[in-house]
Write a protein that binds this ligand. Sequence first.
Ligand code: 13P
Ligand code: SF4
Length: 319
Amino acid sequence: AHEKAELKERIRRLLKEREAVLVAHYYVDADLQDLAEETGGCVSDSLEMARFGRDHPAKTLVVAGVRFMGETAKILSPEKTILMPDLDATCSLDLGCPADEFAKFCDQHPDRTVVVYANTSAAVKARADWMVTSSIGLDIVEHLHAQGKKILWAPDRHLGAYIQKKTGADMLLWQGSCLVHDEFKGVELDLLRAEHPDAKVLVHPESPASVVAQADVVGSTTQLINAAQTMDATTFIVATDNGILHKMRMAAPGKHFIEAPTAGNSATCKSCAHCPWMAMNGLQNLVEVLESGKNEIFVDPEIGRQAVRAIDRMLDFAA
Ligand code: 13P
Ligand code: SF4
């Protein structure tokens, strides 16, 4: 505990010295989330992280999350220095959608508007017409559908199918998935709900349809935290990365949160629903990065110039 307090103190001092700001996602270590808030940075969902990083005057942003979040920050602010605790922190959605294969897929369907999820590489975003996050994907597809557009969607098949069902849009789906959310199980969730009949079910839309179908609220991490805070219930079953529980408990003290079942946590382990790449962010590597300035994110400027159009469209739509 003493060592932890010392690391946190060093991080606070280094952030000040470097005139840097910490931008964290709700799935990273609780200490990093708290530090981000205490030091004038932010902890939020992917959309807010992007907007905060773009608008903040700091010259250096330290992004505690996964690689696509650092890349998005760099694309939106090429003049800023973007550092990350671990450059190998990737995402199964990003890994499952290589830019060259994606370009071929797009080439085969030139009549479709290309909408990609934030969880993709800069090169994939460069090929897209729109980038969306989980908080706004539904609204943007609704808007495009109303204009009569046919959509090519990548990479998350569950989020894509959910939006397709809600909007009735013509969507061709890339078949990617998040390795964390893909593990939530509908049958086991049904059994758990029977044990807690008064519980409300909060689900991130990267989860399979059998899980989404049982949700009281489907939304981004920020939207799920807001629901936990505002809904008139005392018990919630939560189907998303369990890193979110830290903030939910802070936002809604006295309420009770239960992790939704996965293949693993139903029988043997209590914390399977946690992203291994988000978990690569820690106090130790954050200190190292702030001390050395290593682990800087670079995006090819030409790819960045192409990718920023898709991101700006979303941010303008959200504004
Ligand atoms: P949001 O925080 O935008 O809901 O994103 C979830 C996610 O999977 C990030 O990796
Ligand atoms: Fe990617 Fe899933 Fe990890 Fe988010 S939780 S970074 S979507 S693998």
